[in-house]
Design a protein around this ligand. Structure first.
Ligand SMILES: Nc1ncnc2c1ncn2[C@@H]1O[C@H](COP(=O)(O)OP(=O)(O)OP(=O)(O)O)[C@@H](O)[C@H]1O
Ligand SMILES: Nc1ncnc2c1ncn2[C@@H]1O[C@H](COP(=O)(O)OP(=O)(O)OP(=O)(O)O)[C@@H](O)[C@H]1O
Lengths: 219, 219
């Protein structure tokens, strides 16, 4: 098991603690707000929560943060605190620091000071949610970074009753059906002769451009 | 092309407008804050932005919202406004309404009044981000709903130089390698004799329990 420090205990930070603890890792949570830390302590018995100012490097040194495997700075609105906390963690030698940005420029500043991964939660969720409401069949849209993505979707009408060989998706539209989940049964890896039926759920991979042009997003 | 209405023009709402417009749909954006709407109008020339109170059903009627294909209520902090706006949209007959919740209870209330999809952006991103920082090889974690998920990851050391047949992942750990992306080349669907090499990126599917136990999240 590894050790992680989470700075900022809002909804994002606490969701991270939940998942890291469930995976069996040790977690140190830090937040400026003493009342918040008091309130949360009961909900996270397997994590160590501390009220402290993460922009103060002597505080982080006392907490031995340099020995941790990774960190996330998920302070939202207080941009300055997020930037200073990220700088502190990288200067102390934490090998991997993920940081939350509230805009493109904020993200570029965090990158310049050494953040290893930038997330813009609202923007990323906004793009995913827009694609799921744009199409009556799409259940989930996953941005794999660069120009690839995956779509989880019900079978569009035009593809019903056809086999993968008949559809010839990779030749015709550069898409690949990665998995087929018949209603109520576990998913399987399709072969050429697999026929798509109404009610099946499919996972389709490809470039974002090809997915956006496909029957999945343009029914 | 279809028509969508987005209520609440924060980071989430504006990211949704961006994506829906890029897919060629018509978008109406509504926000209470007149100054915000003025500021944003220049950035979203292909969307129609209006300053209005979405909790007032006569306003929504005047905007002909009932004829739209779908809507998203992505007001953040003002929980009451989000609940009332969602109720209005469903009573006006909008077929699909996605709504943003700030807690589990808030989500259940939105579901009871008819929201078709609930999102908790911070919580969902928190779980995804935690899994990517927990493992040195995982690049992305995707919750497919129910108990299935996908992981995009570099090849863990134990799997390097081995073929899929040798690894026998589906028999041994209930996992399936859905795609293999060699460095700098397009992804392909692997066959039994495909060998995994250092630097390859793989997409692995399976149940959340099996993924959490695997070498991907426990290197
Ligand atoms: N210097 C700091 N050191 C430690 N924690 C800080 C510091 N500055 C701010 N925080 C904490 O960061 C947390 C999250 O920030 P913010 O209030 O912007 O987001 P939030 O809306 O609560 O988060 P979320 O969107 O994840 O729910 C707050 O609980 C705040 O106390
Ligand atoms: N009754 C209402 N009708 C229309 N818009 C509203 C109403 N009440 C609040 N809003 C708008 O919802 C928007 C988003 O709400 P909020 O400020 O909670 O989130 P945010 O932090 O700006 O959003 P994000 O997290 O997406 O950046 C605000 O711009 C606000 O003006």
């Amino acid at each position: 098991s590894r050790q992680f420090v989470i700075i900022g205990l809002g909804r994002l930070g606490t969701a991270m603690i939940d998942t890291l603890v469930s995976l069996g890792h040790d977690v140190l949570g830090i937040d400026l707000d003493e009342d918040l830390v008091q309130d949360l302590a009961g909900n996270y018995p397997n994590a160590h929560l501390v009220a402290a100012d993460a922009t103060d490097d002597s505080v982080l040194r006392d907490l031995n943060v340099a020995n941790f495997d990774g960190a996330a700075v998920v302070i939202g609105e207080a941009m300055e605190a997020g930037i200073l906390a990220t700088a502190n963690l990288k200067e102390l030698g934490v090998p991997f620091v993920a940081a939350r940005a509230t805009s493109g420029l904020h993200g570029r500043v965090l990158e310049k000071i050494g953040a290893d991964r930038i997330i813009e939660p609202e923007k990323e969720m906004g793009a995913q949610l827009a694609r799921t409401i744009a199409s009556p069949v799409v259940l989930d849209y996953v941005d794999l970074g660069e120009d690839e993505a995956l779509i989880e979707s019900e079978v569009p009408e035009e593809w019903m009753g056809k086999s993968l060989t008949e559809l010839a998706l990779s030749r015709k539209s550069g898409l690949t059906i990665l998995a087929v989940k018949p209603k109520g049964r576990a998913g399987t890896i399709p072969k050429g002769d697999t026929v798509l039926n109404e009610g099946d759920v499919i996972v389709v991979g490809g470039s974002k451009k090809n997915l956006d042009k496909s029957k999945l997003l343009n029914p």
